[in-house]
Design a binder for this molecule. Structure first.
Ligand SMILES: [Ca+2]
Ligand SMILES: [Ca+2]
Length: 225
């Protein structure tokens, strides 16, 4: 998305742990209806569990504007539990794509708008979190597109590539998810305490495997690798 006005906030955002609740995806906490134009899953604290980002803002205890993130608190009886959303000082925002703008391994949030009365904000993620790996796939521009779009990337515990019981994460290379927003053609994985892993890529007829990959870096793979 193109934006004519842009503000980089010195007051960053970080996730805090709240009491876990089951998320009502209809967006009706305590019977208050809030309009949500988009929701994204992204691991914003790099603990290996994807959190929910809603295209809404709220004001924190110091009345600072913050993106609305529901932290993934883990599973109970197989059902993901998320931190409780704030129930007041909420506001609609147009769209909130994520990307690691400063390349520190943490996904940042761009609050974007096309309304004259609202500003655009880029929030730098300063949440204390775990390890990460980002992966992109490069094609030759002929039978494989240059950006790797469509490739499926899976991470496994080291020594257990393609073993489902040892799957750490899966991500698809896409460039358009959410409302009026786009994505970089790379996949971000939060990995918690994991320090190395095996990477497997499935892309059309190509299968790429890279073993014993050290984390906290960006990895680029090609079908001929
Ligand atoms: Ca997380
Ligand atoms: Ca970042």
């Amino acid at each position: 998305m193109l934006s004519s006005r842009f503000r980089y906030l010195p007051d960053h955002f970080s996730l805090s742990s709240n009491q876990a609740v089951r998320l009502d995806m209809r967006g009706e906490p305590e019977n208050k209806r809030h309009r949500v134009s988009m929701a994204l899953f992204a691991d914003l604290d790099n603990n290996g569990r994807r959190d929910i980002l809603l295209a809404m803002t709220h004001l924190d205890e110091e009345d600072r504007l913050q993106p609305l993130v529901l932290r993934n608190e883990g599973n109970t009886d197989g059902i993901p539990q998320f931190s409780a959303p704030p129930l007041d000082k909420l506001a609609f925002y147009c769209t909130m794509p994520t990307a690691d703008f400063d390349r520190d391994g943490r996904m940042d949030v761009f609050m974007a708008t096309w309304h004259d009365t609202l500003d655009n904000y880029l929030f730098r993620n300063v949440t204390d979190g775990g390890n990460y790996l980002t992966v992109s796939v490069e094609g030759n521009g002929e039978n494989y597109n240059l950006m790797g779009i469509g490739a499926v990337i899976r991470l496994y515990e080291t020594g257990h590539v393609n073993e489902d019981d040892h799957l750490l994460g899966r991500g698809d290379v896409v460039i358009g998810q959410g409302y009026s927003s786009g994505d970089e053609a790379r996949v971000h994985f939060g990995l918690g305490y994991v320090e190395s892993c095996d990477v497997a890529v499935s892309w059309q007829e190509a299968e790429i495997i890279k073993e014993k990959v050290k984390v906290n870096r960006h990895l680029t793979l090609k079908p001929e690798d």
